[in-house]
Structures are given as C-alpha cells and as structure tokens.
Design a protein around this ligand. Structure first.
Ligand code: GUN
Ligand code: ZN
Length: 435
C-alpha cells in the first residue's frame, strides 16, 4: 500500500496570478491538512474535515501547528561557483567579473572543489527554503557533473549547464566553439531528464562568446527539445555599450540573442534592466523570461528593473538571487529588495505579487508549473515550513497582523533563513532546523 503522510499547519499558496486577478489568487487555510502520497499532493483542506474522512484516518500526521507551510521557493537565476564571491567590495559588473568572479570560477576545474562547493550550495538553498532553481556552473564540464550529482542525490528540481565562453575572458576559462558545443551535448545526453534534472545551454553573455559560439548555442537549444537556455542581458550600462561595439550589426543587445535563435519559452535571461520597447515586445512574442535580481542589481549598482511594467507588457518574469552578484540565498530577502526596487521605480508591487513570484510565478517562469509552485492535487510536494517566531521582532509583528497578506509581507520584510523550520522535497524532509 502506498504511504500517506499528512502535515498540519496553516497553508498559503497561489492558485492563480495576482497580477491578473488580485487577492483571489491566494488560497489560505488557517488550520490545514496537506496530504501527500508517493511524493505528490493528494489533498489540501480544513484539517478537522479531512481527518474525519475514512480515507485519511490512517495517515501519519506531522504537526506543524502555529507554523505556515508555503510552496518551496523558486530561484530563477544564480551561480553556484560564486558562493565565495558574495560580499566582494568595490566595483560594478565588468570589473567585478575580472577581479573576483573569474578567479573564483577557475577553482571549479578541480573536481573535489566542485563537489564540496556543490554540496554547500545545495544545502544553502535548502536552508533558505528554495526547492527549484536555474543555476550557472562554470566553463568546466566537471562542475556541471558535480552539481547534478549532488542535486540528484538530494532530489532538488534544478536546471544547470556548462558556461560557454570563448573570448574576452581569461584564457584559463575559455573553451572553443566546437569544444563548448561537444561538452554541452555530452552533458545533455548524460543528465537532461534524469529524475528532476534539466540541462540549460549556458552562453555566459554576448561579450564572452564569438558569433560562431552563439550560433552553436542556438543549435544546441533547437536540436535538444526541452532543454533550457540561460544567459544575461542588459544588466549594466557599460556592458550594453560594449555589446553595441562588439556586434555593430545588431539592433540591440537582445537582438544579438534573437539573431542566433536564443529566445523562446525556455530561455531565461538574468537582469533585463536596459531593454527598450521593441526588446520587451520580442520577449513577449517569444515567451522568453526576465529573471529579476534585485539584490544583485543594487549591490553592483546596475539599475532598477521595472517588474510591473514588464508584467503589463506581457513579459514572463521570475525572481532570482543571482548569488554571488546577489547578496543572499534567501528568497525572502530577495523579495524584500524587489519591493524596494519597485518603490524606487514608482511602480509598487503588492505582497501577494511578490509571494507569487517566489512560488507559482517562479515555477511558471521556469515552465515547471505542471510539477511544482502550489499544492494543486497531483503536484510534487515541495514545501517550506516557515517559523513566525524566528526572531523576536518578527514574532511581535506577526502577533499584531490582521490578515495572511500582512503576515506574508512581515515575513518578506523581516525574514530570512532563520524562518526556515524545515524544507521538504516530494514530501521528504531535506532540511530541518532542529537537526
Ligand atoms: N554577466 C555575465 N556574467 C555575469 C555574472 O556572473 N554575474 C552577473 N551578475 N552578471 C554577469
Ligand atoms: Zn547571473
């Protein structure tokens, strides 16, 4: 007989998109039972009512009363080899890459270093309640093997890929068009579709790839249906000017990627700050996703992404930490900074819109909404148990909150990894604060 497990707590999840339907997008059950069988949701409802049903009488109940269960967080753009780069002081994007990031990435040619880095990184995601992510590795294929191996063992739902870069970076980090192509194809054959793992074709950004390499990235993307593509676009003004110099034929930075067939529903682009109207149109037409990285954009002084405007124009968006340009693994911290960026750009967002971006919206951005993002029956039971009393200040603020929206906002503004009581992947505990 299949094993049934039930979790009792308050539960909040999005059942729709609050950018379209407002408050109706949220379902909240104060005393809820979340029932899981074979790693998937079989029921969610009022605890007393469900426990009275004969089909759930035998369930083992894990009691998290007083806590809030929400869907596992989705981080749509970050770099696992940059864990040690967080908090590197003093420069904007291009200098930061040269001075801190490229040297740190060199270390991942060593398999033992890559494995240790991957284990720390995955554990950090779980400590922060993140259960799905789209992740950059380094140029070294062994860095991808290491991350996939750890993610497979832990059962996280991730995409990652070997960085492709064949110019304008230190020689020790360069591949060639043919080597980058062949290594990527080998990794796709080995890992794509294994368990919950997906491959992402990963040209770092236009300046570090020749035309030939971008063309081959396009070939990988079209020849392997179902794989993702991830890159960076329009993050920093000096970077945008550099791309205009390197690709004088292009209409815009985004147009370089468009030219090589690198846009599409499974294409995830970090930053997207300096896109013009036609670029945003192309993003909408092709279904490409803008990954909003507020802590990174503030830390590197890159600029302010306008989330509301992107959504109004029909562009798909995700929220992302961009570790290590970003300064935290926590999607709560990230949503807090997203809120402030929106305030500064004069287009405020609501707590529910932020909660959506962290959960169902993020899952939709990564085309994973069939599998994760909320607790619809049949979905994989990835969830976080949040602790309202993680800090004295949070506990105090929560005690005077009058609605679930207020509580979610207090968690976003005041919360961080201390709020993660436990993280579950397909109904199994993957992290437990209590140890
Ligand atoms: N653009 C190209 N590479 C990177 C990177 O590693 N981080 C950020 N934030 N932007 C980039
Ligand atoms: Zn990035």
């Amino acid at each position: 007989m299949a094993e049934k497990k039930a979790f009792r707590a308050s539960v909040a999840h999005c059942v729709d998109d609050p950018f379209n339907v407002g408050g109706d997008a949220l379902e909240y059950i104060e005393d809820a039972l979340l029932v899981i069988e074979n790693g998937k949701v079989v029921a969610l409802g009022d605890a007393q009512a469900l426990l009275a049903e004969p089909r759930f009488e035998q369930s083992e109940v894990v009691d998290y009363t007083g806590h809030l269960i929400v869907p596992g967080f989705v981080d749509s753009h970050l770099h696992y080899p940059q864990t040690d780069v967080i908090a590197s002081h003093g420069s904007q994007l291009l200098e930061w890459l040269e001075k801190y990031t490229f040297p740190a990435e060199k270390c991942f040619e060593d398999e033992a270093h890559a494995l240790e880095g991957a284990s720390f990184f995955i554990n950090e995601l779980l400590r922060n309640g993140t259960t799905s992510a789209m992740i950059f590795a380094t140029v070294h294929p062994q860095s991808v093997d290491a991350l996939f191996a750890v993610a497979e063992k832990t059962n996280l739902r991730i995409g990652t890929g070997k960085v492709m870069m064949d110019r304008n970076c230190p020689e020790f980090l360069q591949d060639t068009p043919s080597q980058g192509y062949e290594d990527s194809q080998r990794l796709i054959d080995r890992w794509h579709g294994v368990g919950r793992l997906s491959y992402a074709v990963t040209p770092r950004f236009a300046p570090t790839s020749t035309d030939e390499q971008l063309q081959l990235a396009g070939r990988l993307f079209t020849e392997n249906p179902g794989v993702y593509l991830q890159s960076h676009v329009a993050e920093n003004k000096a970077e945008v000017a550099w791309v205009a110099d390197l690709f004088p034929w292009s209409r815009s930075y985004l147009d370089v990627y468009d030219h090589y067939g690198l846009l599409g529903e499974r294409a995830i682009y970090g930053h997207c700050i300096y896109l013009n109207e036609s670029d945003l149109d192309r993003m909408r037409e092709t279904g490409a996703v803008a990954a909003f990285c507020p802590t990174s954009n503030l830390f590197l002084g890159s600029g302010l992404f306008n989330l509301s405007r992107a959504r109004e124009l029909g562009v798909r968006t995700g929220l992302a930490t961009d570790v290590g340009g970003g300064t935290s693994f926590s999607m709560l911290r990230t949503a807090d900074e997203a809120y402030k960026v929106a305030q500064m750009s004069g287009n405020p967002v609501t707590p529910l819109q932020l909660f959506y971006e962290m959960t169902l919206g993020g899952a939709s951005a990564l085309s994973m909404q069939q599998h994760v993002g909320n607790f619809a029956v049949g979905k994989e039971a990835d969830f976080v148990v949040l602790d309202y009393s993680a800090t004295p200040l949070l506990e105090r603020r929560i005690s005077v909150a009058n609605s679930i929206e207020e509580k979610l906002f207090a968690l976003i503004v005041l919360g961080d990894d201390r709020c993660t009581e436990a993280t579950y992947l397909m109904g199994e505990a993957a992290y437990n604060k209590a140890g």
